[in-house]
Design a protein around this ligand. Structure first.
Ligand SMILES: [Zn+2]
Length: 317
C-alpha cells in the first residue's frame, strides 16, 4: 500500500503549551506543530510567525490576552511559508515585517506555495476559509539587520545566512539572550528542506550558536530553556542536514537517479531521525531539493500542487 500524500493522513490534534521564558518572551508550542513566538515590550506586543489561518491565530491571541492587554503592533515573518504567514490578518498589526529576501519569495512563489502547503497538510490549515484572499504582504522590509525598541526593550531582527529558505530571519533579545529561530532550528521534529540551501545551512546554525543564546524557540518542538537544550537543538538540526546532504551528494556523484538516491538516503537516516515528527512527510521533499542542489539547481525550484503530487508518485510508488 502506498503512503498517504505528505501529511494528509495526519489528523490528530496536538496539545498547546504557552510558556513564559523571561519577563518579555513567551513560546506558543504544540508538540511539533508550527510554533509562534511572543515578545511583550513596555508598550507593544510582537508576534513571530502567525499560525496557518486567522482562526488558529485566535488561540494565540486568546493566550496573549491572558497575560497582557498591550496592543499587538508587530508581526514578524521568519520566512515566507504559508503555514507561518497566513494567520497574520487576525492580529490586525500596525506592521508586518520580513526580510527583503522573504518579500522576493512571496512575490515570486507565494501563490504556488499557498496552494501546495494547504494540499500537503490539511490539519494545519484549520478553517482555511478564514484566510483572506491573496497573500500576506509585509509592510516593512529590511536586509541584514533591523532593530526595534519596544519601549526600553531592544529587539533585533537578523539575517544570519540562508538555510531553511533564502530569506530566513531570527529574532534576538540581546538583554535576555533569547532567540526565536523560525524553521532554521527544529527540536524532535524533522527539518523541512524542500526550499533549503543545504550547503549554507550549517554555517547559519554556527552563526546562531555564536550569539550564545540562553534560550531558543525553534520552529517546531518544545522551547529550549537552557544552554544544553539549545546546543542539542542546534546539533540535531545540523547533523540531520549534514547527514541527508552527504548521502544525497554521494549518490549524485555516483550518477544514481533521484529515486535510487531517495531510497538509499531514507535507509541511511531513518534509524537516527525516523522518530521525529513529519519525517515521512519531509523526506521526499528534502531529498528532492538536496539532489537538485547537488546537481543542477543552485536555487530551489518552485513547488506547485501539481509538482508535489508528481514527485510523490515518482518516489513513493
Ligand atoms: Zn518553513
Amino acid at each position: 500500500m502506498s503512503k498517504a500524500f505528505a501529511s494528509q493522513a495526519d489528523l490528530e490534534e496536538k496539545q498547546v503549551s504557552f510558556t513564559q521564558l523571561s519577563p518579555h518572551a513567551w513560546a506558543y508550542t504544540a508538540e511539533g506543530d508550527p510554533n509562534t513566538g511572543i515578545v511583550i515590550g513596555d508598550d507593544a506586543v510582537m508576534v513571530i510567525d502567525t499560525q496557518a489561518t486567522p482562526a488558529m491565530a485566535q488561540d494565540v491571541i486568546r493566550r496573549i490576552r491572558e497575560v497582557t492587554d498591550k496592543p499587538i503592533k508587530y508581526v514578524v515573518l521568519s520566512h515566507y511559508h504559508a503555514v507561518r504567514v497566513l494567520g497574520a490578518s487576525a492580529y490586525r498589526p500596525e506592521h508586518i515585517i520580513a526580510s527583503h529576501d522573504t518579500l522576493d519569495l512571496i512575490q515570486e512563489r507565494g501563490e504556488q506555495d499557498k496552494a501546495s502547503e494547504i494540499g500537503r497538510f490539511p490539519r494545519l490549515f484549520r478553517n482555511v476559509d478564514s484566510v483572506p484572499p491573496g497573500l500576506t504582504w509585509p509592510t516593512l522590509t529590511f536586509s541584514g539587520k533591523m532593530t526595534l525598541w519596544l519601549g526600553s526593550l531592544e529587539v533585533q531582527l537578523l539575517q544570519l545566512g540562508r538555510g531553511h529558505t533564502k530569506g530566513d530571519t531570527v529574532v534576538w533579545l540581546p538583554a535576555e539572550r533569547i532567540l526565536f529561530s523560525g524553521d532554521l532550528v527544529e527540536f524532535d521534529a524533522t527539518p523541512y528542506a524542500g526550499d533549503a540551501y543545504f550547503s549554507d545551512w550549517p554555517q547559519t546554525l554556527d552563526n546562531i550558536a555564536a550569539l550564545q543564546p540562553l534560550q531558543l524557540v525553534p520552529g517546531r518542538g518544545a522551547a529550549l530553556q537552557n544552554e544544553a537544550a539549545v546546543a542539542a537543538g542546534l546539533a540535531g538540526t545540523r547533523s540531520f542536514i549534514a547527514d541527508v546532504y552527504a548521502a544525497v551528494q554521494a549518490g549524485a556523484a555516483a550518477g544514481q537517479d533521484l529515486k535510487t538516491v531517495y531510497r538509499q538516503t531514507l535507509d541511511a537516516v531513518r534509524p537516527k531521525y525516523g522518530h521525529w515528527v513529519i519525517f515521512d512527510h519531509c523526506m521526499p521533499f528534502d531529498v528532492s531539493r538536496a539532489y537538485d542542489e547537488a546537481t543542477a539547481h543552485r536555487d530551489p525550484r518552485i513547488w506547485t500542487a501539481e509538482r508535489d503530487i508528481a514527485m510523490w508518485k515518482a518516489l513513493e510508488q
